[in-house]
Ligand binder design. Structure first.
Ligand code: G3P
Length: 213
């Protein structure tokens, strides 16, 4: 299966009433061979009780207790959320926190898509026990030039590193069309992350559909 993660970030279009409408609309989009996940803002994670495949945008390594402001896996699991992004370039955490979060997630069977900005970070994540690495060059995020067309050689090198550790690679930034998906897939990526191309689209359902080959 090829994974598509739609990151709602905290765009106006992806939050509250509008976010719920967006989720309702795009959660209908299905195609054989694709798993689509929706990374919604924290305040909307309760929507996992209504819609499948809702994931978090960040999670902390702590257990229940005195950790003010934390997003913890036990609570997410209670809502039916089984996975989260981590270390997104807009929400970077330190390496120690990454290692702690991987350990906590492993003990709960919680899935982490851990973002990487470069090959060195990808290698660190693989060595730290990541199961999924999401490579996103920060300078391409939110733009119209995709990672697949702009940095194919780094996708290939990332794939090689990840494969040698048995880790799955996803790639993202600037994804706009099925060509981006097919290049990424042909270079060995097992999924993509996409945000503005869907969340800010005037026709989100059509835009998501058009990514699927
Ligand atoms: O997590 C996905 C995101 O950072 C990519 O954003 O707007 O370039 O699709 P965008």
């Amino acid at each position: 299966m090829f994974s598509i993660i739609v990151n709602f970030k905290v765009y106006r279009e992806g939050f509250g009433k509008e976010g719920k409408g967006l989720l309702r609309e795009i959660s209908n989009v299905r195609k054989d061979g694709y798993d689509v996940y929706f990374a919604v803002p924290h305040a909307d994670l309760h929507l996992a009780e209504l819609y499948g495949n809702v994931i978090a945008q960040h999670v902390d390594p702590y257990s229940e207790g005195a950790h003010t402001g934390s997003v913890i896996m036990e609570h997410l699991i209670d809502y039916g959320v089984k996975a989260s992004l981590l270390n997104h370039s807009e929400k970077k955490i330190g390496r120690k926190a990454i290692e702690e979060t991987i350990r906590a997630a492993d003990s709960l069977g919680f899935r982490l898509y851990i973002c990487s900005e470069n090959l060195e970070e990808t290698r660190f994540l693989c060595e730290s026990g990541a199961n999924y690495v999401a490579y996103e060059p920060p300078e391409l995020i939110g733009g119209n030039v995709s990672v697949a067309t702009s940095k194919p050689e780094i996708i290939r090198e990332s794939t090689d590193i990840c494969k040698s550790y048995g880790v799955k690679l996803l790639v993202g930034a600037g994804v706009r069309n099925s060509n981006d998906v097919s290049i990424s897939s042909s270079l060995g990526a097992e999924g993509i992350l996409v945000s503005s191309g869907i969340v800010r689209s005037k026709q989100p359902e059509h835009s998501l559909n058009s990514l699927m080959i």
